[in-house]
Design a protein around this ligand. Structure first.
Ligand code: KIV
Length: 278
C-alpha cells in the first residue's frame, strides 16, 4: 500500500478547489476529531470532515442524534489546529439547522467562526435545498449529504441501502435539489452503485461516496472504522487498513501485566537522587 503523501500546495484548499475537481482525480476525504489525527490526515487527504460520527466513535453515543453544536465546535477547533493543507468541513449536528434557514445560519456562522472551518455539511435533500441556498448566498459553503442520512435514522427506519428500485427517484430528486441550491459537493451514503454512477454523471458538482461505489468523484470514510479503532459494528462498505483497536488492546494488556509483575517501571524510567532532571 502506498504511503506517498499528497504534494503540499501553498495554501489551504477551498470548496471551489474541490468543486473544480469534478470528473478529475478522485477526491480523498476522511473524518478526524482530534489534532494528532488531523495532522496525519492532512498529509494525505484533500478534505477532512469533522463528522457528527464523533458522537458514536469518541463519545459512545448510540447514534448521531445526541451530538451538540458545542461538541462540533470543540472537535472542529482541535482538528483545525492540525491542518495546513486540507479543506476542513464541519458537520451541522441534528437540531441545529432543520427548523429553518435563520436557525441554520446562526449555527453555521458559529461553527465557522469558532472552528476555522472552510465549509459546513448538513444532511437532507429537497427539504433542505432552501436552507442550503440561504447559507451559500450569505457566504457559507455547504457540502450536502443525501441517500442514507443517519440523523434521519428514525424516519428512514434504520441504516438501509437507499435508492434501490422506485426509491431511486427520491434520492435523485434530493441530489439534484442540493446541487441546484449551490452545494459545492454532495456526500452519497449507502446508495446503490448504478444510481451513484448515474448521479455522478448527471450532477455538475463532485459526488463523495461512502458505501456508494468507486463511480463517485471522491470517497470518505470514518477514520476510526478504517483504522479498526471503532469495532462496535462494521459497515460492509468499510475496508480496514489497520487493526489499531486490537493493537491497543494488546498494548494495554501488556502494560497491566508488567505493572502487576513489577516489571514496569524499570531502571531506565526511574529518577535517582542526583542526575538528569528529565
Ligand atoms: O459523520 C460523518 O462522519 C459523516 C460521514 C460518514 C460522511 O457524515
Amino acid at each position: 500500500m502506498s504511503a506517498t503523501p499528497a504534494p503540499a500546495p501553498a495554501r489551504r484548499l477551498m470548496p471551489s478547489d474541490l468543486a473544480a475537481r469534478k470528473g478529475g482525480d478522485p477526491i480523498v476525504c476522511l473524518t478526524a476529531y482530534t489534532t494528532p489525527v488531523a495532522r496525519i490526515a492532512d498529509r494525505h487527504c484533500d478534505l477532512v470532515l469533522v463528522g457528527d460520527s464523533v458522537g458514536m466513535v469518541l463519545h459512545g453515543l448510540p447514534s448521531t442524534l445526541g451530538v451538540s453544536v458545542e461538541m462540533m465546535v470543540m472537535h472542529g477547533a482541535a482538528v483545525n489546529r492540525g491542518l495546513d493543507r486540507a479543506l476542513m468541513v464541519v458537520d451541522m449536528p441534528f437540531g441545529s439547522y432543520e427548523a429553518g434557514p435563520e436557525q441554520a445560519f446562526a449555527a453555521a456562522a458559529r461553527i465557522m467562526r469558532e472552528t476555522g472551518a472552510g465549509a459546513v455539511k448538513l444532511e437532507g435533500g429537497v427539504a433542505m435545498a432552501p436552507t442550503i441556498a440561504f447559507l451559500v448566498a450569505r457566504g457559507i459553503p455547504v457540502m450536502a449529504h443525501v441517500g442514507l442520512t443517519p440523523q434521519a435514522v428514525n424516519t428512514l427506519g434504520g441504516y438501509r441501502v437507499q435508492g434501490r428500485g422506485a426509491d431511486a427517484d427520491r434520492v435523485r430528486a434530493d441530489a439534484r435539489a442540493v446541487a441546484e441550491a449551490g452545494a459545492f459537493a454532495v456526500v452519497l451514503e449507502k446508495v446503490s452503485e448504478p444510481l451513484a454512477a448515474a448521479l455522478t454523471a448527471e450532477l455538475a458538482i463532485p459526488t463523495i461516496g461512502i458505501g456508494a461505489s468507486a463511480a463517485c468523484d471522491g470517497q470518505v470514510l470514518v477514520i476510526d472504522d478504517m483504522l479498526g479503532m471503532f469495532t462496535d459494528f462494521r459497515p460492509r462498505f468499510v475496508r480496514r487498513y489497520a487493526e489499531l483497536g486490537a493493537a491497543a488492546e494488546e498494548a494495554v494488556a501488556a502494560y497491566a501485566a508488567d505493572v502487576r509483575a513489577r516489571r514496569f517501571p524499570a531502571a531506565e524510567h526511574v529518577f535517582a537522587e542526583t542526575g538528569g532532571a528529565r
